[in-house]
Design a protein around this ligand. Structure first.
Ligand code: OAD
Length: 249
């Protein structure tokens, strides 16, 4: 693949790069995306039951068990080359921010030491009533949600469900990084989910060079400085080579 000279120059000279990932970044790990999949992974995904507070309230055991099953499935999958490139980039360059909408934890498993998770993480918990964070415990039951050690309420997965706000601190950090970066790379995002979809726009307003990696057109096409059409797991290693002229560690 031949990359635009301007893209390579911008990435090489950037003081601050933001990588912003969506479901497409994990597609090649075997996790189907939300909006373009007919795959079996989410086939039993009934959003009203499994992604709303009222669904949980109506049947906490069933929702808890479903998340335990998804965690097991994710554990059997592995990060793909796109995750590995983003991890290597954060370890090589001085100021790289990783923002993700994904709850799968693949960036961390690939080696990223700091990730801003906008939609939470399927591997962590908080209490339903007050949001007290709960430590992961290997003995935690997959059958029934345990009780919060601080208030006695039920624990729930620490993920953002429909009509819930994004974690305030994570979103504040994400907005700040986006508005102040030199290059913003959106990878595998449909940009159809608000408010995460505002981040590339913040970046463009802040003067960042906007890059998109996606096999399909999105709402970002028109304002992106560079649209890299293709799969993240294929394009990202090529981009690494072109910018750093060295093997991926
Ligand atoms: P979507 O499922 O909306 O979009 C996935 C995007 O990835 C699409 O634009 C695809 O074209 C692209 N894509 C597919 N395969 C790809 C590949 N191999 N490489 C690169 N891109 C690829 O996923 P998100 O934009 O992440 O929210 O959706 C955002 C949110 O929608 C999710 O975080 C979730 C859901 O509601 C919550 O859970 C709160």
């Amino acid at each position: 693949m031949q990359f635009d000279d301007q893209l390579i120059k911008r990435l090489r000279e950037a003081q601050h790069v933001v990588f912003f990932s969506g479901a497409g970044a994990s597609a090649e790990s075997g996790v189907p995306t939300f909006r373009d999949s007919h795959n079996s992974f989410w086939v039993d995904f009934d959003a009203g039951t499994f992604a709303t507070a009222s669904g949980y309230y109506a049947n906490p055991d069933r929702v808890w068990q479903w998340y335990a099953e998804q965690r097991l499935k994710l554990r059997a999958l592995t990060p793909n080359p796109a995750h590995r490139v983003i991890a290597a980039w954060q370890n090589k360059a001085s100021n790289v921010t990783v923002i993700t909408q994904n709850i799968d934890g693949f960036h961390q498993r690939a080696g990223n030491h700091k990730v801003i998770e906008l939609h939470g993480n399927i591997g962590t918990y908080k209490c339903f009533d007050h949001g007290h964070p709960a430590e992961h415990d290997a003995n935690i039951s997959d059958e029934k949600p345990p009780h919060c050690q601080q208030c006695g309420g039920l624990l729930r997965p620490d993920v953002v469900w429909f009509s819930e706000e994004l974690p305030a601190e994570a979103f504040t950090q994400a907005k700040h990084s986006s508005a102040n970066c030199d290059v913003f790379v959106s990878i595998g995002c449909s940009l159809e989910v608000y408010p995460a979809s505002t981040l590339p726009i913040n970046a463009a307003h802040g003067g960042a060079y906007l890059v998109q990696v996606n096999p399909h057109a999105t709402l970002l096409d028109e304002i992106a400085d560079c649209n890299l059409r293709g799969k993240a797991g294929e394009i990202m290693p090529l981009l690494w080579q072109a910018v750093w002229r060295e093997q991926l560690p």
